[in-house]
Design a protein around this ligand. Structure first.
Ligand SMILES: Cc1ncc(COP(=O)(O)O)c(C=O)c1O
Length: 399
């Protein structure tokens, strides 16, 4: 039997591919990503013994060290221990899950909500669960990797439409037989570009076709619509069937959620592999997210400061003539246009003690290589002045 494969298989192929991978070699050589901080205090992170200003955090509301979050997380560990040690379906369901699900659903204007231990899992599970073989998914071409993973797992056919482009969505849907069940898959706020979903125009096209609408609002929750997200911002919550997202951005925790009708969430609990076969959200993470959700409603000043900082930052970037890809939100890319220039400017900022994230193609479209920055409510105007002075210096410009 073993002799059957003699001379036909290359037994070392996978090991050799791993050991000789060029992308990994280059990543390690240039040491751009995976920087481990030794300490963190507010907007300052200590990397390699040096204090740096964090200008790339998704902690938009800056609540990560808020005493109420820290206290809630501590209390949850005291009460529940460190982990639910199992999936919701099996031994891992806890009262703290149900409480947060009910609060989050009410906040988002949906009947029900389901939590999981990562935003990636929740966002993947939405297209993966609600679409199936024989369905068709129209996907904005700029959506997050988690949604693409869900599209692949759904086994539905799919077609990309041009980013935020209702006319192209119409073309894509028109090419499909009308009887095919269809899903529209978008983000509320696009994390790289900082664009807001063109929801009203997309819905004008999707509604008559009866599309089931799924929106990943990882970057809209806590930011748009007085915190309630992008659908609420447009007053279109009822037109979006499912809102999924992350607890790791404005809610300063980790974990994810899917919210929708009671029927949709019960269907997800029956069919989602990401739910059935993955351990539930940990107590401290749920407690931190719940405290953040309460704070968004009781202390509106965090959202106000976030938007004030966003305006202040963008005014200076405009003076410098930086291309921010038309960002409309606190996610602010500095588009550099080529890998070399993006790396050069990122490195200059790094050397000046400003922590940003380099994003190069294929992570962004060719020619759109960029430095991702994000505004947080925790930044002071003095922090932003310091960041902008470094950006000006890196670009060889004067403010
Ligand atoms: C749009 C979007 N969806 C989903 C996720 C996944 O969330 P998490 O990092 O909490 O797993 C992210 C995070 O990068 C994201 O930007």
């Amino acid at each position: 039997m073993l002799g059957l494969f003699k001379g036909k298989t290359d037994k070392g192929a996978i090991r050799r591919r791993i050991e000789s991978d060029e992308a990994t070699r280059m990543r390690r050589k240039f040491a751009i990503w995976y920087h481990g901080a030794q300490a963190q205090k507010g907007a300052t992170v200590t990397v390699d013994g040096r204090d740096m200003l964090m200008l790339a955090s998704n902690d938009y509301l800056g609540l990560g060290e808020h005493p109420k979050l820290v206290e809630a997380a501590r209390k949850a560990i005291d009460e529940w221990g460190s982990s639910p040690t199992g999936a919701r379906l099996a031994n891992g369901s806890r009262a703290y899950h149900t409480r947060l699900e009910e609060k989050l659903a009410a906040f988002l204007g949906k009947e029900a909500c389901h939590l999981s231990s990562a935003g990636y899992l929740s966002c993947m599970s939405a297209p993966a669960t609600f679409a199936t073989r024989g369905d068709f998914i129209a996907v904005d071409r700029n959506v997050h990797s988690s949604l693409w993973s869900g599209v692949a797992q759904s086994n539905a056919r799919y077609e990309r439409f041009a980013h935020n482009d209702a006319a192209d969505l119409a073309n894509v849907l028109a090419a499909e037989p009308e009887k095919t069940p269809a899903m529209l898959l978008v983000e509320g706020v696009y994390s790289m570009e900082g664009h807001i979903c063109n929801l009203p125009a997309l819905l004008d096209v999707a509604r008559p076709r009866g599309c089931f609408v799924v929106m990943d609002d990882a970057h809209g929750l806590g930011v748009m619509g007085k915190g309630r997200g992008t659908a609420a911002h447009f007053g279109l919550t009822d037109d979006v069937d499912v809102i999924c997202g992350s607890l790791s951005k404005s809610l300063s925790s980790t974990g994810g959620f899917v919210a929708g009708s009671g029927d949709a969430i019960e269907y997800l609990r029956t069919h989602s592999k990401q739910t059935i076969f993955s351990a539930a959200l940990a107590p401290a993470q749920a407690a931190a997210a719940e405290a953040a959700l309460d704070l968004i409603q009781s202390e509106p000043e965090h959202i106000e400061r976030l938007w004030d900082n966003t305006r202040y930052y963008k005014e200076q970037l405009a003076t410098l003539g930086v291309d921010t890809w038309g960002s409309e939100t606190p996610a602010v890319p500095l588009v550099m246009g080529s890998r070399e220039r993006a790396y050069y400017v990122w490195k200059k900022l790094w050397d000046e003690g400003i922590f940003t994230v380099l994003a190069i193609s294929p992570a962004v479209p060719p020619g759109r290589d960029l430095i991702r920055t994000a505004v947080s409510a925790r930044l002071t105007h003095a922090d932003i002045d310091r960041a902008c002075a470094a950006i000006a210096k890196a670009l060889g410009k004067k403010l």
